[in-house]
Design a protein around this ligand. Sequence first.
Ligand code: MLT
Length: 219
Amino acid sequence: MAQLGDDIFYTYRPGRANYSPVLLLHGTGGEETDLLDIGAGLFPDSPLIGLRGRIQENGQTRYFRHTPTGGFDAQDLVAGEKWLLTSMVALLKHLDLPAAPPIVIGYSNGANIAADLMLRGGPVFHAAILLHPMAVSDPVPKRDNTPLAGIPVWLSHGRDDRIVPVPTFNALVQGFIDQGAQVFTHASDAGHQITLQEIEGARLWLDRFEQPDDTEGKQ
Ligand code: MLT
């Protein structure tokens, strides 16, 4: 674990200098190292940054709060998105990585904040792998034209997921389609947990996108 400033706790695994960094956002109760193996499996040569959620709720680390009645706290969600953007920019600078939008891999709460930020804030990530996400804003953020045109977004859902009802997954997918993203969905009979099959599905999808070839550029 490393720390930057007061509230950025992260882990870093260097990669090739000219490969897009990959930001890893864990699920509720997780930590910055949770998605390192998945990130390394999908992007073996890329710099990986795991970022720990900024709040604790009932002893669990998250990126934004619930309201006392159990809904999503819309104000804290926006505050979390601002923090996520600021932290990302600060980390890229601190780690001497390109200031261009990174790729994001998020799971559950981490996928939810990444997805909502993309829908609200434009192409802050240049590709997204969202594991078991759902819409956390109601209505789903809409914007004119197609600000996410050409951005590849891969989303997984388990038909037996008790945390992510099908309509909230579908609403999120539609939000991405409406903003022009290049959407691909992966459905399974699983629940909320990440499965090897879905990671393999994401890997096959990723094979279509090539990173620049630079055998000299290893850091
Ligand atoms: C959320 O709180 O973002 C969703 O309910 C998923 C989760 O439990 O993390």
